[in-house]
Design a protein around this ligand. Structure first.
Ligand code: ADE
Length: 232
């Protein structure tokens, strides 16, 4: 694919894309029905920045539209996540080695949890090159490489025991609500992707308070990583 195909930078919430929008040049709004994206340049590179909305359906629908509309060279999903790994702190950045839909559960039909039934799709690997570039970013924030679990649920202490059961089978360092849906679309369309998440909470009883408190503070921590990828 030509290098002039844009990078898509996608986030679920306004707070997760606003740093990218505010640093873009030549910004233009493109609408497709109720979906909207901004084209422009970031560090001189062609980008499309878009807010998907929350959850796997919005994430998949928006990704499909963006791929058809812009034929991207890569898709980067950026936003916040709850920590499952006890070594992760609020503000740390998680670069997904891979991600999985932990709420895809057809064990009743004999499929392992996370497997999309009647396919060989389960763990979606981030693009090796994008991951390598991201890891080389110099930033004040701690960078981890880990496994992201995606599902349509904001995880607090009420769900953690169920999730820990799944974690014993799936592993998983952070939990969020969109990454593996975007990854499934990109895998099917053979577009390189990377999920980058910053920890906003620890998926526990404090999460309903920590999430809105830290979202505006840490949502931009990935900005330096994305800039580094664009410049590499
Ligand atoms: N995104 C940020 N924190 C989260 C949590 N605790 N559960 C699901 N998605 C999240």
């Amino acid at each position: 694919m030509s290098t002039s195909n844009p990078f898509i930078i996608l986030g679920a919430l306004d707070a997760e894309v606003e740093a990218f929008l505010s640093h873009m040049d030549n910004k233009q709004l493109v609408q497709g029905g109720r979906l909207a994206a901004h084209t422009g340049t970031l560090n001189g590179k062609q980008v499309v920045v878009c807010k998907s909305g929350v959850g796997k359906v919005y994430a998949a629908m928006t990704t499909q539209w963006l791929i058809q509309q812009f034929h991207p060279s890569a898709v980067i999903f950026t936003g916040v996540a709850g920590a499952l790994n006890l070594g992760y702190e609020v503000g740390d950045i998680v670069l997904a080695q891979d991600c999985v839909q932990y709420d895809m559960d057809a064990r009743g039909l004999g499929f392992s949890v996370g497997t999309i039934p009647y396919t060989d799709l389960r763990y979606f690997d981030s693009d090796v090159d994008l991951l390598k570039k991201a890891q080389a970013t110099v930033t004040e924030h701690k960078l981890h490489v880990g496994r992201i679990l995606t599902g349509d649920r904001f995880v607090t202490h009420e769900h953690i025991s169920q999730l820990l059961d799944l974690k014993s089978e799936l592993g998983g360092d952070a939990v969020e609500m969109e990454g593996a849906a975007v990854a499934q679309l990109c895998t099917i369309h053979q577009i390189p992707f990377l999920i980058i998440r910053t920890i906003s909470d620890k998926a526990n009883a404090d999460s309903p308070i920590d999430f809105p408190r830290f979202l505006p503070v840490v949502a931009h921590n990935s900005f330096a990583v994305v800039k580094h990828i664009l410049n590499s």
